[in-house]
Design a protein around this ligand. Structure first.
Ligand SMILES: Cc1cc2nc3c(=O)[nH]c(=O)nc-3n(C[C@H](O)[C@H](O)[C@H](O)COP(=O)(O)OP(=O)(O)OC[C@H]3O[C@@H](n4cnc5c(N)ncnc54)[C@H](O)[C@@H]3O)c2cc1C
Length: 450
């Protein structure tokens, strides 16, 4: 038998909520999964736990640890088509493909995520306006359903299950392997610009001016400055460098640093966040800089600090990412940032981007055209939860949405308004699968086998 009980409980990146699965089953071979229909409790696959909230957690249920399914199956080096098991991480893929002139088509802000997790959250990267989501580059995958069926799903075959599984939060079955189309590169460097901006309207202007020229963009922002400017920050944009003179492989890797212990809860407060923001904003002495950098610090700056989530202390933190449509973007952002400032809660890492119009294939995919902001709040009990409920209300009134991969508390009513295709999606949820998130947002009680 391929599975055994594992003592380590799944935990999400925000470490909130801290819940326990009844059992963890480790999967080593894709031919030897347990009989899912016979498990006495509902099942949920688990990748590397880089989701922040509870969409990867299954309190009281069975968690299927997919992180050992990490074999490469095939790689067409001419066409850039890679097939691998669902537990292979983006970091492992990059090791193999970058020296061969290929890159991940869409990458989130950490490379320590599995292919299965990237599909199940239909993750987005810095190039949404050009390349859409990860799911746009998935050619096909194999899905194991609890009735034992193993279905190849693609835009042409089992189309509805394909669309339900991309962004399907692990609820439609177990992805065993996936085939993805990679992106060709000349070398592993990024030709980038970093531009200081002093207001939200300046951000929108720079974004509009650079969108056509650059494939990648994102901004670090300081939202605590107040006033009409609403925020200030550094706008970073870039393209894969095209020089044939540069080496094909990066050398001299930096060893990652690690946060050795949980910080005390008072360590992150409005004062430390303001000081941190001052420091970051002024590390760039000129308004505009242009440089060529290795891809890793550009795409994955946080991966250089292992366990940075421990900075938020034992109680953990909540990440809140929303998107609001461009039309009412300013009004909604003004209301949201005003509410956050009044709360006195400082967000330590705040990232601002725009999403473009490329349609995501998933029924529950989060990205849609508009402005998206991701904020981190140390968990401070009811006060934090009340703040986020208030933000949900503004996002909902503007016609936007909140990202399930980073959520641990949104109400069923809000989820259903943010994701109008949720009922269509729920027809494809496997009858033996569930998650803490899904039980909350769909009002379903499926924990014990029916
Ligand atoms: C520092 C950091 C930066 C991030 N930046 C971004 C970003 O820029 N954009 C973005 O979109 N996200 C971002 N994220 C979120 C992260 O990319 C997603 O949550 C990703 O899905 C996590 O993958 P994982 O392998 O850790 O999966 P987990 O978090 O363990 O699980 C995620 C979901 O995938 C399902 N799943 C896992 N494996 C399988 C499988 N084999 N079959 C079926 N379902 C499966 C789970 O059930 C769960 O619903 C970031 C996270 C961190 C920590």
């Amino acid at each position: 038998m391929s599975t055994e009980t594992k003592t380590q409980q799944p935990q999400s990146w925000g470490r909130y909520p801290a819940v326990k699965s009844a059992r963890v089953e480790e999967v080593f071979w894709r031919s030897e999964l347990p009989d899912l229909a016979q498990l006495e409790r509902s099942v949920l696959p688990f990748g590397y736990g880089r989701s922040y909230g509870d969409s990867c957690l299954n309190e009281g249920g069975v968690s299927l640890d997919m992180s050992h399914l990490r074999r490469f199956i095939s790689f067409d080096e001419e066409e850039g088509i890679l097939c691998c098991e669902a537990g292979v991480s983006l970091a492992e893929i990059l090791e193999v493909i970058v020296p061969r002139g290929w890159f991940i088509p869409v990458s989130p802000g950490t490379k320590f995520v599995s292919v299965g997790g990237a599909i199940a959250n239909d993750v987005h990267g810095k190039n949404h306006h050009k390349a859409g989501t990860f799911g746009c580059h998935v050619l096909r995958f194999k899905l194991l359903r609890s009735n034992g069926e193993r279905l190849v799903c693609s835009p042409e075959e089992n189309t509805e299950l394909f669309q339900a599984t991309i962004g399907g939060l692990g609820l439609t079955g177990v992805i065993l392997w996936a085939e993805i189309r990679l992106k060709p590169i000349v070398n592993p460097y990024i030709d980038m610009e970093s531009i200081q901006f002093s207001s939200l309207s300046e951000f929108v202007q720079i974004s509009a001016d650079t969108d056509k020229k650059y494939e990648y963009s994102m901004s670090w922002v300081d939202i605590l400055i107040g006033g009409d400017a609403l925020c200030r920050g550094l706008f970073m944009c870039g393209n894969n460098d095209q020089s044939r003179q540069r080496p094909k492989q990066l050398t001299g890797k930096k060893l990652p640093l690690a946060v050795p212990f949980d910080f005390p809860s008072f360590a992150l407060n409005t004062f430390t966040v303001k000081s941190f923001n001052e420091l970051i904003f002024h590390t760039q002495l000129r308004k505009h800089i242009h440089k060529v950098v290795p891809y890793e610090p550009f795409f994955y700056p946080l991966d250089f600090i292992h366990n940075w989530n421990r900075m938020y202390g034992k109680r953990g933190f909540l990440q809140y990412q929303f998107v609001v449509p461009f039309e009412d973007g300013f009004g909604a952002m003004r209301a949201i940032l005003g509410r956050i400032r009044r709360s006195g809660e400082g967000s330590f890492l705040t990232v601002l981007k725009t999403f473009g119009a490329v349609q995501s294939p998933g029924m529950l995919s989060f990205p849609r055209p508009g402005i998206t902001l991701a904020l981190d709040f140390a968990y401070g009990g009811q006060k934090t939860l009340r703040l986020l409920d208030d933000l949900d209300k503004i996002v909902r009134e503007s016609g936007g949405a909140v990202y399930p991969a980073k959520d641990a508390r949104m109400s069923a009513e809000n989820f259903q308004a943010f994701f109008p295709r949720w009922e269509e999606f729920s027809r494809y949820v496997d009858p033996h699968f569930s998650s803490s998130f899904w039980r909350r947002v769909s009002h379903s009680e499926k924990l014990v086998r029916v």
